[in-house]
Ligand binder design. Structure first.
Ligand code: 3HC
Length: 311
C-alpha cells in the first residue's frame, strides 16, 4: 500500500540509492524534477544563442571549430535532459510549448548579450565554470536518469570551461585592446554569473524540499561561494580584476568574502525583463516553427512504415 511505498522511497533516498523511473515516487517529487530538469534543458538550448552568433565571426578556423563543437554539445545536453524529463512522463512538445509561452523558465544568464569575441571566452570560463559548480553535485542527485545525464554533461562542460579560459589567456597576452576587451567582458558577466546560482537561500522556495529529497545536494549560496573561491585564483592568473570591491580572502572563514549580487535584477531577468529575453524566445519560437515540416515528415514517414509492417 501507499504507506509502504512511501517508506521504501524515503529509505532509498536516505540511503543515497537512486530512484528509477519505474519506482513509486511522491507526485511532488516527480513534479519538482520535471520542473528543474525541463528548465535545465531549456537553458542548454537557449544557451546556444549567445555563442552561436559568433560561429560565423570567429577570428580563426581553430576558434570556429572549437565554438562549433561547444554549441553542438549544448544542443546534446538539452536533448539528454529532455530525455530525462520524458522518463518522468513529461511530453517534449508540451515542454517546448511551456518554454515558448513563458510558462517554464530557462537560466537568467542567457538573457545577456555576447557583445565581443572576448564574451565567448568569458562565457566558457565563468558561465560554464558556474554550471560545473552546479552540475557536479547533480551527478549524485537521487533521480537516476538525471544524475546519469549529468555525468556525461560534466565531462563535456570541463572542455567548455577550459577552452574559454584558454581563449582569454591568449587575448590577455595580446594587444592592449584585446586585454581591454577581456576586462570589459569580465565586468559585464561576473555578477550575472553569480546570479545563475539562484536567489539567496532565505529566498529559495524550492531548496528545502529539493535538499530533503537529495535532488539538490548543496544550497544556492553554498555553490555560489564555491564558485567564487574557485574563480578568484583563476582571475588573478589571467590578470583580470573581478568587479567587486568587497571581494577579499577571509582567513577565518577559509573563503572569500564578496558583495551581494543584485537579486532584484535577477528577479527582473527571470520575470522576462532582461536585456535579451524577447530576442531569445523569439529565436527559439522561429526555430520551432521553421522545423515544423521536419516533424511532420518524420511522423508521416513513421506512419507509412507502420502501415507497411501491418500490410
Ligand atoms: N534563472 C532562472 N530561474 C531561476 C534562476 C536562474 N538563474 N535561479 C532560480 N530560478 C527560479 C527557479 O527555477 C524557481 O522558479 P520555479 O519554482 O518557477 O522553477 C525560483 O527561481 C526560485 O528559485 P529556487 O532556488 O527556489 O529554485 P531551485 O531550487 O530550482 O534552484 C537552480 C534554482 C539552482 C537553478 C536549480 O533549479 C538547478 O540547479 N537547476 C539545474 C541546473 C541549471 O539549470 N543550471 C543553469 C543553466 S544550464 C547551463 O548553464 C548550461 C551550460 O552549458 C552553460
Amino acid at each position: 500500500d501507499e504507506r509502504e511505498l512511501r517508506a521504501h522511497f524515503e529509505e532509498t533516498v536516505a540511503a543515497d540509492r537512486r530512484v528509477e523511473p519505474r519506482d513509486w515516487m511522491p507526485e511532488a517529487y516527480r513534479a519538482t524534477l520535471v520542473r528543474q530538469i525541463a528548465q535545465h534543458a531549456h537553458s542548454e538550448i537557449i544557451g546556444m544563442q549567445p555563442e552561436g552568433d559568433w560561429i560565423t565571426r570567429a577570428p580563426s578556423l581553430r576558434r570556429k571549430a572549437i565554438l562549433w563543437a561547444k554549441v553542438q554539445d549544448e544542443a546534446g545536453h538539452g536533448l539528454y535532459l529532455y530525455g530525462a524529463a520524458e522518463t518522468l512522463g513529461a511530453d517534449r512538445d508540451d515542454l517546448t510549448r511551456r518554454l515558448l509561452e513563458g510558462r517554464q523558465k530557462y537560466s537568467s544568464i542567457f538573457n545577456y548579450p555576447a557583445a565581443t569575441f572576448a564574451d565567448v571566452g568569458v562565457i566558457g570560463w565563468l558561465v560554464d565554470g558556474a554550471a560545473i559548480c552546479n552540475q557536479v553535485p547533480l551527478c549524485r542527485s537521487s533521480y537516476g536518469p538525471y544524475a546519469r545525464a549529468m555525468v556525461r554533461v560534466c565531462k563535456e562542460e570541463s572542455f567548455h570551461q577550459r577552452q574559454g579560459y584558454e581563449l582569454l589567456w591568449t587575448m590577455a597576452r595580446g594587444t592592449a585592446a584585446q586585454r581591454e576587451m577581456v576586462q570589459d567582458a569580465v565586468d559585464r558577466w561576473w555578477w550575472p554569473s553569480l546570479m545563475m546560482f539562484g536567489p539567496p537561500d532565505a529566498a529559495s522556495p524550492n531548496s528545502r524540499r529539493s535538499m530533503a529529497w537529495r535532488i539538490k545536494r548543496h544550497s544556492n549560496d553554498e555553490l555560489r561561494q564555491r564558485f567564487v573561491d574557485m574563480t578568484v585564483p583563476q582571475a588573478d592568473r589571467l590578470g583580470v580584476t573581478l568587479p567587486d570591491p568587497e571581494l577579499r580572502w577571509n582567513e577565518e572563514r577559509g573563503h572569500h568574502d564578496f558583495g551581494t549580487p543584485d537579486f532584484a535584477e535577477l528577479a527582473r531577468v527571470i520575470g522576462g525583463d532582461g536585456p535579451c529575453n524577447a530576442e531569445r524566445v523569439a529565436r527559439r519560437t522561429a526555430a520551432h516553427e521553421d522545423g515544423a515540416w521536419v516533424r511532420e515528415a518524420a511522423v508521416a514517414h513513421a506512419q507509412r512504415r507502420a502501415r507497411r509492417t501491418d500490410d
